[in-house]
Ligand binder design. Structure first.
Ligand code: F6P
Length: 363
């Protein structure tokens, strides 16, 4: 397969993440330097189905370096999951002479990438999601920028909380994963951090809050992951806010508590230094893999190195970590591979537990 690649397509798909455009720029520049034509596929996989494709030259991408959102636009395309949608996408690749694709996004994007690869279009994934919840990689583009936005917002809440002796609960995005809430919580000096992956003792947390107030603590920040299970029919952060207000008021020691949901605000903004550097490194590796004739893999950050991982391995590892394995998922792996996957998941959970313990130590 090596040397047969003349034209590659690049797309961004799923929830946008700061650093996606930086990665597109780096993919384009690295490929163009090797004499490979590059085309932008707009709106993710939908652009492949409806042929929304334009050539990219050096001069088109230069300002992508600090662009927020994704310049190539995005979509969560259900049609691509159908046989008909996939057939149209493959037909577009043939019509446009696209020999290979680099797909930037999260696990949904990688499922699409593996489908394309299995149908003869070599595809390489670059991880990008503010949730940083792709098990096979230590890092996904957008995480650092989103955390820094949380810090900026949370620090402002801290200012006003201090002035008015208040508490502020911040609900932090991350879908089912608590990485964003946990790391932002530590960096914001949160008194309480609640994430779905770790045991949380609500009574102990409220007791700690009251004791801290009794001990003179004027203001508080509480970080709750959006994926933490809801209670009393409302998102957990809203429930906790209500409980603290009602209970402390009734006890005559009111901790005036507000609720804040930055939500999509943390998805925008110019990528940070870390996201720009990671985007450059991921993109360089992805182009190298494509030109080496590789397919169906995702570039991953691991212990400071950029490595490649087979997409189906990465997807199943992810399902194993999240407790979502389907029947037959492990059938094609050897016993040793399954043991290695289990050990990897245990290592990821241990890392998370360690960080959660740190959040509680410093709370
Ligand atoms: O996966 C990124 C993410 O921002 C999650 O943190 C969040 O739960 C979800 O996407 C929101 O999705 P949408 O943009 O479709 O509302």
């Amino acid at each position: 397969m090596a040397n047969t690649i003349k034209k590659i397509g690049v797309l961004t798909s799923g929830g946008d993440a700061p650093g996606m455009s930086t990665a597109v720029r780096a993919v384009a520049l690295a490929a163009l330097k090797q004499g490979i034509e590059v085309v932008a596929i707009y709106e993710g996989y939908k652009g492949l189905i409806y042929n929304n494709i334009k050539p990219l030259k050096n001069t088109d991408v230069l300002n992508f370096i600090n662009a927020g959102g994704t310049t190539l636009l995005s979509d969560r395309c259900d049609e691509f999951k159908t046989e008909e949608g996939m057939a149209k996408a493959i037909a577009t690749c043939k019509e446009e002479n696209i020999d290979a694709i680099i797909a930037i996004g999260g696990d949904g994007t990688f499922r699409g990438a593996t489908d394309l690869s299995h149908r003869g279009i070599p595809t390489i994934g670059i991880p990008a999601t503010i949730d940083n919840d792709i098990t096979s990689t230590d890092y996904a583009l957008g995480f650092d920028t989103a955390m820094n936005t949380n810090l900026m917002l949370g620090d402002r809440l801290r200012d006003t909380c201090w002035s008015h002796a208040r508490c502020n609960v911040i609900e932090i995005m991350g879908r089912g994963a608590g990485y964003l809430a946990l790391q932002s919580g530590i960096a914001l000096g949160a008194t309480i951090v609640a994430i779905p992956e770790c045991d949380f003792d609500e009574e102990a947390a409220i007791a700690k809050l009251k004791a801290a107030r009794a001990n003179g603590q004027r203001s508080f920040i509480i970080a709750v992951a959006e994926g933490f299970p809801e209670k009393d029919g409302v998102p957990y952060g809203e429930y906790l806010t209500k409980r603290i207000n009602t209970e402390t008021k009734a006890e005559g020691a009111w901790i005036d508590t507000k609720f804040c949901r930055p939500a999509h605000m943390v998805r925008g903004g110019a990528p940070t230094l870390r996201d720009r550097l990671m985007a450059a490194q991921f993109a360089e590796k992805a182009v190298e893999l494509i030109l080496a004739g590789k397919s169906d893999c995702v570039v991953c950050a691991r212990n400071g190195e950029i490595v490649e991982t087979d997409i189906s391995y990465a997807l199943i590892l992810d399902r194993m970590y999240k407790g979502k394995l389907k029947d037959g998922d492990l059938d094609k792996f050897s016993e040793e591979q399954v043991e290695a996957m289990k050990a990897f998941c245990a290592m990821r959970k241990a890392e998370l537990d360690k960080m959660y313990a740190l959040a509680n130590l410093l709370a």
